[in-house]
Design a protein around this ligand. Structure first.
Ligand code: SF4
Ligand code: SF4
Length: 444
């Protein structure tokens, strides 16, 4: 093991982001576990379908998906049957000859596992979570610049985040091929951190390459410039997230600073048409940041999603970690670029910080988000912090080295000593958002 730098916080504290216990499974491990039984994926949604491609890439045959959705049962997926879970669970012989992989969101996953245990099945022997096979969620910055400067984002502060460049297609290919070798059951990769991925003219080819490798792609865009969107949709990403903080120039242009509502409004409509024309399976998700100034526009945002068939994803508007840390380190003085967003926060920054301090001993919410690769191939400690990279070149280090170096790094020590590893934990804001929007919003 290399001699690893240790931040002083870790002289008397354990690391909240230590992910050394997670190991990506290889196909030999799964073959041993399955031991000739029939494989089922429980959950035929986005996760399950994505993971199916990873299984296929590794030469495994899926017997069927299990899902209660009649619609999915009717459609099947890629020639694989989708059957009701009871067809396996209530048939003792079929159940005995099955190895089940659960692939859905946390709460449902827990319910599935409990049901399997109640039927006498053993976790880690007769069934497992796909997260056991693919424990990490990598993210790659394919564009090191953005065309706007949201007040909540370190992009608004050049000291925190100077402009970078584009990742080339050749480098992207090197990165993704290495990733698939190190994480054989990887099924999803996000192509953004602090940049606007759609500006990279090679994005469509990157998405295409992912599909060839059996990987689903997620991107996020501010939708101020959609010139590369048609080609990107042709390449079939799994998810396009649109980040929005208003439904009018008066609101949107405050927090999506330097963005233009007139363009975005037009582009939202154009995007819905592009998707419809292609009969595209890409999910378009509207990530709506809720602040004081746009609270009255939540209903309009939801209505637009219904009209365009977009998925509505509400979130508490917040200021991101690097700006919060800079404020803490400047004796409470907010970086000037972040003031616009700070003034619109629905929850007071100090209250949010107190909440984080009370959770200091809990794990980092981004523990599984690794590796985080910048446009210049450097490896960052985290997708939520800017600053010096952890390691210079992803192509020259192993995943284990990345995790080892991150665990006690300067970035993570500074973050954890300020309790920022619990910052922006959106699922904990659900109840608050439901209250402030009079029930219009019930998910964070
Ligand atoms: S939040 Fe996204 S859209 Fe806004 S400045 Fe940052 S990278 Fe650009
Ligand atoms: S820097 Fe990122 S990975 Fe490290 S502790 Fe903070 S949130 Fe977690």
């Amino acid at each position: 093991m290399n001699e690893i730098y240790k931040h002083e916080f870790f002289q008397s504290n354990f690391s909240r982001c230590d992910a050394s216990k997670y190991h990506s499974m290889h196909k030999e491990d799964l073959a041993e576990l399955v031991n000739g039984r029939k494989i089922y994926i429980w959950g035929a949604g986005q996760k399950g379908r994505g993971f199916y491609r990873a299984l296929k890439r590794n030469g495994f045959v899926l017997e069927a998906f299990l899902d209660v959705s009649e619609k999915l049962q009717l459609l099947g997926y890629d020639g694989v049957k989708v059957i009701h879970p009871d067809e396996v669970l209530l048939s003792p012989d079929t159940l005995k000859d099955s190895f089940i992989l659960t692939a859905t969101v946390d709460i449902k996953n827990r319910e599935m596992k409990a049901q399997l245990v109640s039927l006498g099945r053993q976790a880690g022997k007769d069934f497992d979570d796909i997260q056991t096979l693919a424990p990490f969620y990598p993210t790659i910055e394919v564009t090191g610049i953005c065309n706007i400067q949201c007040s909540s984002c370190p992009r608004s502060d050049r000291e925190l985040l100077p402009n970078g460049k584009y990742m080339s297609l050749a480098n992207y290919e090197r990165v993704i091929r290495k990733m698939v070798l190190e994480m054989p059951f990887l099924y999803l990769v996000d192509l953004y951190i602090w940049g606007e991925p759609i500006l990279n003219k090679d994005l469509p080819d990157m998405i295409r390459l992912n599909n060839e490798l059996g990987l689903s792609t997620g991107i996020s865009t501010n939708l101020n410039d959609i010139r590369n969107m048609p080609a990107s949709l042709d390449a079939e990403p799994a998810l396009v997230r649109v980040s929005l903080s208003g439904m009018s120039a008066e609101t949107y242009e405050i927090t999506h600073t330097k963005g233009k509502w007139s363009k975005v409004e037009k582009n939202l409509e154009a995007l819905s048409k592009l998707v419809a024309e292609r009969g595209s399976k890409t999910i378009i998700e509207l990530y709506f940041h809720i602040y004081k100034h746009n609270l009255h526009e939540v209903a309009a945002a939801k209505k637009m999603c219904e009209k365009y068939d977009f998925r509505f994803h509400p979130a508490l508007g917040i200021i991101l970690q690097p700006l919060v840390l800079k404020k803490i380190q400047s004796a409470g003085e907010t970086p000037s670029s972040a003031l616009l967003a700070e003034n619109q926060l629905l929850r007071n920054l100090d209250d949010l910080l107190d909440e984080c301090h009370s959770q200091n001993s809990l794990p980092c919410i981004l523990k599984r988000v690794a590796p985080v690769i910048n446009w210049d191939l450097s490896v960052m400690a985290c997708c939520s912090f800017t600053g010096a990279p952890l390691l210079k070149n992803y192509l020259e280090v192993s995943l284990n080295e990345i995790i080892e170096n991150r665990t006690f790094s300067h970035t993570c020590g500074t973050c954890q000593s300020n309790s920022l590893h619990r910052w922006n934990h959106q699922t904990t804001y659900t109840k608050f958002l439901a209250e402030v929007t009079d029930g219009q919003v019930n998910g964070g």
